[in-house]
Design a protein around this ligand. Structure first.
Ligand SMILES: [Zn+2]
Length: 152
């Protein structure tokens, strides 16, 4: 659907700011809005993702702000884990959307391919995955994903 260019990588990624507190920080999902006007509206149930990509972004943000309830709610009941264990050593930095198929307002399923950048105990890493999203009771939910091993 949409292909975005990679942004220049900051030389020294800022420590993952818990943007949650006041909402005026840039949204962790990478869109130009601040968190309050972007993913927080979804996290708080004030808005719903209209596309699979928007759901993907909001779930990345939920990992950044440790919103387990939102992650569970936006996970298909069939594949949803019983709890979300946040790894305290791992800090999510930045999301890059590489590609997506379907997943629009009138679709029933879609995929989003992304690279999520993180820092784990001072070492940068990337998670490259193509996630599958489907509608559940009308709302987009995460079903599962295929991880591409990253070249070292
Ligand atoms: Zn956002």
């Amino acid at each position: 659907m949409s292909r975005r260019n990679t942004r220049p990588h900051p030389a020294k990624p800022a420590p993952a700011a818990p943007a949650a507190a006041d909402g005026s920080a840039p949204c962790p999902c990478g869109l130009p809005s601040n968190y309050a006007d972007c993913c927080r509206r979804l996290h708080h149930g004030l808005a719903q993702a209209t596309t699979a990509e928007q759901l993907m972004r909001s779930r990345f943000s939920a990992f950044v702000v440790n919103d387990a309830a939102y992650l569970l709610r936006s996970w298909h009941p069939r594949t949803r884990p019983p709890v979300i264990d946040f790894d305290a050593r791992l800090s999510w930095q930045r999301l890059e959307i590489l590609d997506s198929t379907e997943g629009g307002p009138f679709h029933q399923e879609g995929t989003v391919e992304f690279v999520a950048h993180y820092v784990e105990q001072g070492i940068s890493g990337r998670l490259h995955e193509r996630s599958r999203f489907v509608r559940h009771e009308g709302a987009w939910v995460y079903l599962d994903g295929v991880i591409t091993p990253t070249e070292a």
